[in-house]
Design a protein around this ligand. Structure first.
Ligand code: XMP
Length: 482
């Protein structure tokens, strides 16, 4: 029997949060610490989307420095994904355990290529595991490509090194006293054991709120699919240092995803597995009982999503979060509200509805840290942002997998079955500024309801439904904004 009593689904614009008496004296008293997944704590409730126009290493590094976490996308080769994870894990590692090395017999041409690929400016010069010198950017300046590394490096006899364990304070003192940027750690036989750099120390001081693992390295998650050899793929990502794996598919309420969660948890019990996407209580329950450590909520709310238009399926995001919360809460599994965030106020609403963090694509896609170049259009600066189920994203994926593609039925089908669009988003500068703006709004929202923590926000927030007149009243109105 068709139920004529159709429930109402609400989204961000349909609701506001009612102000409550507050004992907070400053917004600084608000703590934004939260859980990304059962065992991973982050300092701010922001996660960047696993999309090829949003999260690669630069975004993941900055997100973790700012206290959130980035999920590296999976629309590339496994080798590239591994390389991205390693780069995040090396960034700001106070002691780099495996510094990048080069042979003394290599040429500067080779060194320059490697330096560009790895994004580092200097190398430890090593032969048979022993440190013979350091090659810095300054050593390479103005020298032709066929010069050998050993001809221009700072040789062993002129190196300042630390032997054995060393405290950061002591390292700082040595770096300052000798006005050097890199301090290699070696043993008595000059075998290279690690490296401390000035830039890592400075970054740690600059970002005191960063999200880190037990070894003090920046946190990072990596997306994974459900087809092919998932276990060996997961193994490589974990081996590279991923803190969590995110099963990244449009519809998470299917047997394939549920079984993949079970398999991954069985194989890698110590790694947090995030699963999704779902938008209902039953969906959340299914993933939670399968063993998921966090659940991504959102079917079609994203700015470049067309799932609801193409398939007619979805749940408005506030209702989706509230319903999913009912399913996940008994298992204490955190929810990540994924998609549709336009303003800081939307984040407060998503958290108040029961999420522990929000995932963002569009607002981060226009920043310096997202992949892709700035394009000029009518005198304005833009970056490209595309849904991962959009026509061109799918075409790019197929081309990568098959080498070359012909216009076949599959591709013709893409035109009808794609569930996302390609778009321009305005260039917005550094993601740090975007994050700071969002976070200020979240603090303000929590202060209005007297919530010191996200848990208190769950307890204290009361929603009120509004009408179109309410939305109009909420935005600036009846003025000409300057
Ligand atoms: P925002 O609104 O932040 O949303 O841009 C980002 C989220 O959108 C989802 N996503 C898609 N959904 N078709 C969809 O229906 C797509 O092609 C697509 N690409 C991304 C994804 O959950 C992301 O985090």
């Amino acid at each position: 029997m068709r139920d004529r009593d159709i429930p109402l689904g609400l989204t961000f614009d349909d609701v506001l949060i009612i102000p409550r008496r507050s004992s907070l004296t400053s917004r600084k008293e608000v703590s934004l610490k939260t859980r990304f997944s059962k065992n991973i704590e982050i300092q701010i409730p922001l996660v960047s989307s696993p999309m090829d126009t949003v999260t690669e290493e630069a975004m993941a590094i900055k997100m973790a420095r700012l206290g959130g976490i980035g999920v590296l996308h999976r629309f590339t080769t496994i080798e590239r994904q591994v390389e991205m994870i390693k780069k995040v894990k090396r960034a700001e590692n106070i002691v780099i355990e495996e510094p990048y090395t080069i042979s003394p017999d290599a040429t500067l041409g080779e060194a320059r290529k490697l330096s560009e690929k790895l994004g580092v400016s200097g190398f430890m010069v090593v032969r048979n595991g022993k440190l013979e010198g350091i090659l810095s950017r300054r050593d390479m300046l103005f020298q032709p490509n066929d010069t050998l590394v050993k001809q221009v490096m700072t040789p062993q006899e002129r190196l300042i090194v630390a032997k054995g364990d060393i405290s950061i304070e002591k390292a700082k003192e040595i770096l300052w006293r000798h006005r050097i940027e890199m301090l290699p750690i070696v043993d008595e036989q000059w075998r290279l054991k690690g490296l401390i750099t000035v830039s890592d120390i400075l970054n740690k001081l600059r970002y005191p709120n960063s999200a880190r693992d037990r070894k003090g390295r920046l946190l990072v998650a990596a997306a994974i699919g459900v087809r092919g050899d998932v276990i060996s793929h997961a193994d490589k990502l974990i081996d590279a240092g991923a803190d969590a794996l995110v099963i990244d598919v449009a519809n998470g309420y299917i047997d394939l995803v549920i079984n993949t969660v079970k398999k991954l948890k069985q194989e890698f019990p110590d790694i947090d597995i995030v699963a999704g996407n779902i938008a209902t209580k039953e969906g959340a329950e299914a993933l939670a009982t399968a063993g998921a450590d966090a659940i991504r909520v959102g079917i079609g709310p994203g700015s470049v999503c067309t799932t609801r238009i193409v398939a007619g399926v979805g749940v408005p995001q506030i209702t989706a979060i509230m319903d999913s919360k009912e399913g996940a809460e008994p298992y204490d599994v955190p929810l990540i509200a994924d998609g549709g965030i336009r303003y800081p106020g939307d984040i407060v609403k998503a958290l108040a509805a029961g999420a522990e963090s929000v995932m963002i694509g569009r607002l981060f896609a226009g920043t310096d840290e997202s992949p892709g170049k700035i394009v000029l259009k009518n005198g304005k600066r833009f970056k490209v942002y595309r849904g991962m189920a959009s026509f061109y994203a799918r075409l790019a994926r197929k081309t990568r997998e098959m080498g070359e593609v012909e216009l076949d039925r599959d591709i013709e089908d893409y035109a009808y079955t794609s569930e996302g669009v390609e778009a321009f988003v305005e260039y917005t500068g550094s993601v740090e500024e975007v994050v700071n703006r969002l976070i200020s709004g979240v603090r303000a929202g929590m202060a209005y309801v007297g919530a010191r923590t996200i848990r208190e926000l769950w307890e204290r927030a009361q929603f009120i439904r509004i009408t179109n007149a309410g939305i109009r009243e909420s935005h600036p109105h009846d003025v000409h904004t300057i």
